[in-house]
Design a binder for this molecule. Structure first.
Ligand code: AMP
Ligand code: ZN
Length: 137
């Protein structure tokens, strides 16, 4: 399940070289070429799934286990002060490469980076409307 036109398929499967931190039969973890902070890495499945919606449940659970393992190792080795896991789906959500990937972003005091959003101020009624919409009531 590879996509011939997908750069992350080629990187994950070793056809394009990368700075690899970890590899097994299902995943490759590489350093991001445009890092948000020192050590910013990406978990890439070797099979092509465009996004979270396409990701099989078993692969999804393995991604989180690998993210946990990498976060512990990277925090130990890089001595970072915090850690963000980021995963974008769809252009509107900031996805630019349409092969599922999980960002592993070490954070440092004074790294001067922002990863976030402007908080809204919904009323209790608005929250209830959204809750009911999501759960299907
Ligand atoms: P996203 O915006 O969530 O789709 O993230 C795509 C990420 O891939 C960005 O952080 C890019 O810096 C990174 N990226 C794009 N091309 C490459 C590449 N060839 N090698 C490593 N990282 C890449
Ligand atoms: Zn791909």
């Amino acid at each position: 399940m590879k996509d011939d036109n997908c750069i992350f398929c080629k990187i994950a499967n070793g056809e394009i070289p990368s700075k690899t931190l970890f590899e097994d039969d299902a995943f490759r973890v590489i350093l991001d070429l445009g890092p948000a902070a020192k050590g910013h890495a990406l978990i890439l499945p070797k099979n092509h799934y465009a996004n979270l919606y396409e990701l099989p449940e078993e692969t999804a659970s393995k991604v989180m286990l690998l993210a946990k393992k990498m976060a512990v190792q990277m925090t130990d080795k890089l001595k970072c002060d915090g850690f963000n896991l980021v995963q974008n789906n769809g252009e509107v959500a900031g996805q630019t490469v349409f092969h599922f990937h999980m960002h592993l972003i070490p954070r440092y005091k004074n790294d001067n980076q922002t990863i976030g959003w402007k908080p809204g101020e919904p009323s209790q009624e608005e929250l209830e409307e959204i809750r009911a919409q999501i759960v299907g009531e």
